[in-house]
Design a protein around this ligand. Structure first.
Ligand code: ATP
Length: 236
């Protein structure tokens, strides 16, 4: 089993307030893990730790991405992953192809996949490839970022709230794409409030509460808003 993300004893405080508490976690190649949790539980904070974005925060513990220590070899570690934020960040005046070419040019990425085949796999209609991304819907911009992840040949994919703002058709397409990424051997870590989608594509569901990750089991047949509320409150 190839471990693509290994987090050990990660603790993080903002202004003395502990958000993550000696958190341990690992994710293998070909595995999809979804992290659920109440608003403010620390899910985005966890993603930002993996992205080495907490400059002023008081953080301890270790994070290894595809075996590379993030604190010791930041650029090399980050080159192994791709991140798709809740609001996909693409340049509006550039086309899908131009965006991906530009993003690839920023990193010293030696092995890249053909951009057009990645856009096809991401499911972006070919007639949109050369249009400025300012004309794209949120789902289309997400596909550009996912195609970039494929072109970059990222081993680890981080998705923050990927289904928010997507209609059921776009949600289904995204869920299928996550399953395809898994089939290609990528490790995928998803932060989400969309429990139904998480159940559809995840190998494991975890709840972030009190600064730690705990496995949760959800019975789809008895899924109600009330049962979910109890699960989030730790009463299930
Ligand atoms: N840069 C920061 N400085 C201080 N406090 C912060 C900072 N970023 C986040 N926090 C606090 O850390 C806690 C966790 O925030 P975070 O955004 O990680 O939660 P979340 O689980 O992603 O929430 P949501 O589901 O609402 O997106 C919150 O109390 C938030 O106010």
């Amino acid at each position: 089993m190839t471990v693509l993300l290994s987090i050990q004893q990660l603790s993080l405080r903002f202004a003395g307030r502990e958000i993550l508490k000696q958190l341990d976690f690992s994710l293998a190649a070909g595995e999809v893990v979804s992290v659920l949790g109440s608003n403010g539980a620390g899910k985005s904070t966890l993603l930002k730790s993996i992205l080495a974005l907490h400059t002023g925060a008081d953080q301890s513990g270790s994070i290894r991405i595809a075996g590379v220590d993030l604190a010791q070899s930041r650029q090399q570690a980050l080159s192994q992953l791709a991140y798709v934020p809740e609001q996909p960040a693409v340049y509006g005046h550039l086309s899908a192809i131009e965006n991906i070419r530009y993003f690839l040019s920023l990193g010293s990425i030696s092995h890249t996949a053909a951009i057009d085949s990645c856009l096809s796999m991401a499911g972006l209609p070919e007639q949109a490839w050369h249009r400025p991304c300012a004309e794209y819907s949120k789902g289309m911009k997400q596909k550009v970022m996912l195609a970039f992840a494929l072109a970059k040949q990222a081993k680890l994919l981080l998705l923050d709230e990927p289904n928010s703002g997507l209609d059921p058709q776009a949600t289904e397409e995204l869920n299928q794409l996550i399953i395809q990424c898994k089939a290609r051997g990528m490790g995928v870590l998803v932060v989400t409030h969309d429990v139904l989608s998480a159940m559809a594509f995840s190998d494991r569901l975890l709840m972030l509460a009190n600064g730690q990750l705990q496995p949760v089991a959800i019975d789809q047949s008895s899924l109600t808003l009330d049962s979910l509320k109890k699960l989030y409150q730790g009463q299930a």
